[in-house]
Ligand binder design. Sequence first.
Ligand SMILES: CC(C)=CCC/C(C)=C/COP(=O)(O)OP(=O)(O)O
Length: 556
Amino acid sequence: MPAVANFDPNSKLDLPRNVADYPPNVWGDFFLQYASESMELDQNIAAEIDCLKNEVKNMLATNIENPFYKVKFIDSICRLGVGYHFEHEIDQVLQLIHKTYVVNGEIILEDNLHSLAVLFRVLRQRGLYVSPDVFKKFKDEQGNFSERNITDVEGMLSLFEASHMMIHGEEILEEALAFTSTHLESISTQLNPSLAAQVKHSLTQALRKNLPRLEARRYISIYEQNTSHNVILLRLAKLDFNMLQSLHQMEFGNICKWSKELGITKKLPFARDRIVECCFWSMSVYFEPQYSQARKMMSKVIAHLSFIDDTYDSYGTIDELELFTKAVERWDISCLDDLPNYMKILYKSLLNVYEEIEQETRKEGRIYTLNYFVKDFKKIVQAYMTEARWLDKNYVPAIDEYMSISKITSGYPVLSTTSYIGMGDIATEDIFNWVTTMPKIVNGAALVCRLNDEIVSNEFEQKRGHVCSFLECYMTQYDTNREAAIQECQKGVENAWKDMNEDCLTQTKVPLPLLTSVLNLARFIEVYYKDKDNYTHSEGLMKTHIKALLVDPVPI
Ligand SMILES: CC(C)=CCC/C(C)=C/COP(=O)(O)OP(=O)(O)O
């Protein structure tokens, strides 16, 4: 019989537990005011948005007399957050530009650095390959980027953003990144305040690594200040942003209501109470109205992963965790009796969420997606268990062993799969077979999550006793110091982005929205695990951003 079989689940409740001192929730009941069955749409605004959409569509449909003009227009549409209305039109234009002006990967058009860099980035963002050799002409005889470029701030900024599309082996983009970063940094103090702010922003949050809604909120004001802005497009962006904000408010309100009625955070006081941030996490993965249901499911899954993570990381004893792991492996409500009371609450709630997803997917004829979900969910819980055993035995694994488990516990493999459940017919069974075998893009997102998390969370976590981190494993294996281990983490993150960029160019059978949701998972980490873990410590940047996207409308 296994050692845990005779364990009485409720006999050890007074054991000393490894409880983390998490900061409280910062939103209280704020979002409950928005809970509602349906969204009240201002019909006049909705009609105006429709009208503006048609006008922009017409602008996109005209001939491509000036491909650079067209590409910059498309770039503005996307950065302003309204690209989702024109997916088909944008695809058509960019395919045509790629077919006409890119021969064997080489751009055959001539223009300045800014125009070429925008063209390069916009095509690659759509999964269309273009060679970075187009930037060779901006180098000097010695093969370095020419100093003449330095005063062209717009060009430098565009080259900086373009360089983030790099894949493996693109040395010229590595050089471009180093060159533009250094010079933009040093020139930023001499620029006018508005340009200086843009440069500063890009240097801390490159466009490729930024979340689309944050970019939209920011870019609306930058675009407005640009004297040659398109008035119709700007108005559409503002109205659309605020309309989506109302939808997101209602969704946050409904999830907060569900959470309050469930009362689970009160029943599991050891866990982080972060329901608003969980909603924000899923809204970061996809913001479009058609994914409203998908966001709802995803928010509930993220919330449960968060409770489970805290159970394994801190509160649960090793024997209890073995029981919980077995119960998840069996995935059956009859396992409830084997669990201590606090785990019963968690397990039951998890199965309820599963049932809810089952009902939704049944309606859509997509019930098969659940097998993939459950398989991935079991994997993460088993991996949490492995980490708990490591901590229990003070075991420090070799790097490879550590990474094979900690990529799973990053949560990003199971969340990538979960994100596809509500994405409709584009997420076919073939796609689920692909996403659940850790393709490069998912592996990359998991690495971005795990390695960034380790850099910023290590000290807080080790204070309370936490499974060893990548940093410890690396320092032990290579007998080196913390700085070297952090550098290795950073290198790992850079490589992970190259992998993800590569998959975006080569996985031509995977529709762009599916690749984008995994990219957005990685972007969430790039924004919120930069200087600290803003999910756990949610009173700073996270709160400011939630306020900007969910509370304050864009001034019209
Ligand atoms: C992406 C997922 C699964 C979201 C749910 C919330 C969560 C577990 C965040 C990471 O917490 P952490 O920084 O404590 O993670 P870890 O314990 O893995 O270090």
